[in-house]
Write a protein that binds this ligand. Structure first.
Ligand SMILES: C[S@@+](CC[C@H](N)C(=O)[O-])C[C@H]1O[C@@H](n2cnc3c(N)ncnc32)[C@H](O)[C@@H]1O
Ligand SMILES: [Zn+2]
Length: 269
């Protein structure tokens, strides 16, 4: 069943699963790793030795998400999935990281895929969420056949409209989550003298039809500096943090910060 949907990243033929490996008619073959994922990222599509988020970022994000700080986002996404339901939808989490959001879409009947370019992250996802199908791959050349997904999710990951549209079924939905204006603004203000708000005007999508847009804003209270440091490590501004500020954060007994998400839902009509 599962092998039907993967396509060869080298020649775009269907991959068939047999004896622990996926093979196309041109005999390109990709072994299933012991954790259960498959690496569908050919070396020639890799732009660095270890693409995507590094191990430290992956671990920090996992520790942070596990504490449930972004659970209100999961709830909002789930409500939209119920409201805009698609029958027998196969689901793709594009840029799935460690699968925190991916596995929340899984039920007893559906098929859920997660793809990410970071092998470290996919390994963790596959080990942890056995019921979902994970692959290492690039969003710019998704290892899937045309028009198979009822839903594609892109949560804080690059948005590649053309590829997402290709793999979406007609009437299928693309849900994107991006930072809204004040996302982590209090944390950013500590790092930059003048923290710029996120620009929310531009939509990265031009051909799909927007059917819903909502902002989700809430306060997160940190009483443990480790959680705050993990949050910082997940962000692109972690690299800008001076050792002095890192120490200041490590000594904070409490800190309050906004989560501010922009959720956009598009349909392929
Ligand atoms: C900020 S993380 C978000 C991960 C996950 N969606 C979450 O919210 O927990 C962005 C993810 O996009 C992945 N990514 C970045 N560029 C990619 C690409 N070209 N193809 C596949 N994944 C990519 C990174 O490896 C990383 O896991
Ligand atoms: Zn092939």
């Amino acid at each position: 069943m599962i092998s039907k949907s993967y396509q060869c990243p080298l020649c775009q033929q269907v991959l068939v699963f047999n004896e622990q490996s996926y093979r196309c008619t041109n005999n390109h073959s990709f072994d299933q790793a012991k954790e259960g994922y498959v690496n569908l990222l050919p070396v020639q599509h890799k732009h660095s030795k270890d693409p995507g988020d590094n191990k430290a970022m992956v671990n920090a994000r996992r520790a942070f998400l596990d504490l449930g700080f972004y659970q209100p986002l999961v709830k909002a996404i789930t409500e939209l999935q119920i409201k805009f339901s698609v029958e027998n939808a196969v689901i793709l989490d594009a840029g799935c990281g460690e699968g925190y959001y991916t596995h929340q879409h899984k039920n007893d009947l559906n098929q859920v895929y997660g793809v990410d370019i970071a092998k470290n992250a996919v390994k963790i996802a596959a080990k942890r969420y056995k019921a979902c199908s994970f692959s290492v791959g690039t969003l710019s050349n998704l290892p899937f056949d045309n028009e198979i997904f009822g839903w594609v999710f892109s949560i804080y990951a690059p948005i590649l409209e053309e590829e997402f549209t290709r793999v979406l079924k007609t009437q299928g939905y693309l849900l994107t989550v991006t930072p809204a204006e004040n996302h982590l603004i209090e944390l950013k203000s500590l790092i930059y003298r003048q923290a710029n708000k996120h620009d929310v005007n531009k939509s990265p999508i031009s051909n799909l039809t927007m059917v819903h847009e909502q902002q989700l804003n809430y306060q997160m209270n940190f009483n443990n500096s480790d959680d705050l440091i993990n949050l910082l490590s997940m962000t692109p501004f972690a690299f800008k943090t001076s050792p002095e500020l890192l120490e200041e954060l490590a000594n904070k007994e409490s800190f309050t910060c906004q989560a501010d998400f922009l959720i956009r839902l598009y349909q392929k009509i």
